[in-house]
Design a protein around this ligand. Structure first.
Ligand SMILES: Nc1ncnc2c1ncn2[C@@H]1O[C@H](COP(=O)(O)OP(=O)(O)O)[C@@H](O)[C@H]1O
Ligand SMILES: [Mg+2]
Length: 290
């Protein structure tokens, strides 16, 4: 980063440095008062969020809480009915195609069901957006795509089609495709919940690796081990609102009387026989605790 290089040459002062000021300058993405109405119902009601470098936010809450709708509003896959999205200090205008393209490149999305093109090989799935959106030439797009597939451990599967890949491999291709856009933030909507339990680990390993390398992310998940170990903040959604918001250490402290702790207790108590259904409004990710 340029600022870091500038600091490296600055003279050292004997005066103790002041505590860091929380500045607007380092805000990557800000959602202010997002509301969304679908089918005549208020699905999101005044939801706000701020993402700074290094933030790993985990969205949890019962099925129907509005998690997917909120993630889609954040990069305008669903235009909010009220509220504002700010990208790096600039208000995104939904009517401006160039601004929307910029937002969608900067804020990558990973879906539960992968959203790959079945008629394209893994490498071509990754290369497509590089060619269409970033105007890469054919060879350049292929080279970059192979690099991204290597990053998610799939270099040897580049020529295979989605039907020839496991669910975990398909999700890793989808992650490679998102990374090829050089996103500043990744949104992940229950990325492991469509996977058989034995495939959850390989996808979480890739996500952990991205987090360790500083990729800011917002992830809807019921993988509470992930939330506990990596989240800088847990946001609990219910009825279209964020009703609790704090570090996992606070919200999930043993004995904490929080809605989040209560919900996670129910997830932990799910027996395998419950795992396909819903219990008390809890729709589990498959592989909870994995
Ligand atoms: N296109 C739509 N039309 C009407 N209602 C919708 C539509 N999409 C989602 N909903 C409703 O919005 C609510 C929130 O959905 P969603 O964001 O998918 O929740 P979550 O991801 O937390 O399970 C649900 O009650 C769902 O039925
Ligand atoms: Mg959802």
């Amino acid at each position: 980063m340029i600022a870091a290089f500038a600091c490296a040459d600055a003279p050292r002062s004997a005066v103790p440095s002041a505590p860091p000021v929380v500045s607007e300058n380092d805000v990557l993405l800000r959602a202010k008062g997002i509301a969304k109405i679908l089918g005549g119902r208020t699905i999101l009601d005044d939801v706000s969020l701020t993402m700074r470098p290094g933030d790993i936010k985990v969205l949890i809450g019962p099925s129907g809480a509005g998690k997917s709708t909120f993630l889609q509003c954040l990069n305008y896959l669903l235009p909010p009915d009220r509220g504002e999205i700010w990208l790096e200090g600039r208000l995104v205008h939904g009517s401006n195609t160039a601004e929307l393209c910029g937002l969608r490149q900067a804020v990558g999305m990973i879906f539960q069901d992968f959203n790959l093109f079945d008629h394209l090989s893994a490498v071509d799935n990754v290369a497509l957006a590089l060619r269409k959106v970033r105007r890469y030439g054919k060879d350049q797009a292929r080279e970059r795509s192979l690099k991204e597939l290597e990053r998610v451990g799939l270099a040897s599967r580049a020529g295979l089609y989605p039907a020839q890949l496991s669910g975990g491999q398909k999700q890793r291709v989808a992650i490679a495709r998102a990374l090829a856009m050089d996103p500043k933030i990744l949104l992940l909507d229950e990325p492991t919940s469509a996977l058989d339990p034995e495939l959850v680990g390989e996808v979480l390993a890739v996500i952990r690796d991205l987090a360790a390398n500083g990729m800011p992310m917002i992830m809807a998940t019921h993988q509470m081990d992930f939330a506990r170990s990596l989240a800088t903040e847990v946001l609990f959604m219910e009825g279209g609102r964020i009703i609790e918001q704090d570090s996992p250490a606070v919200l999930l402290a043993p004995g904490a009387r929080t809605r989040t702790g209560d919900f996670c207790g129910k997830l932990a108590n799910l027996r395998p026989a419950d795992a396909e259904g819903e219990m008390d409004g809890v729709a589990p990710d498959r592989g909870v605790g994995g």
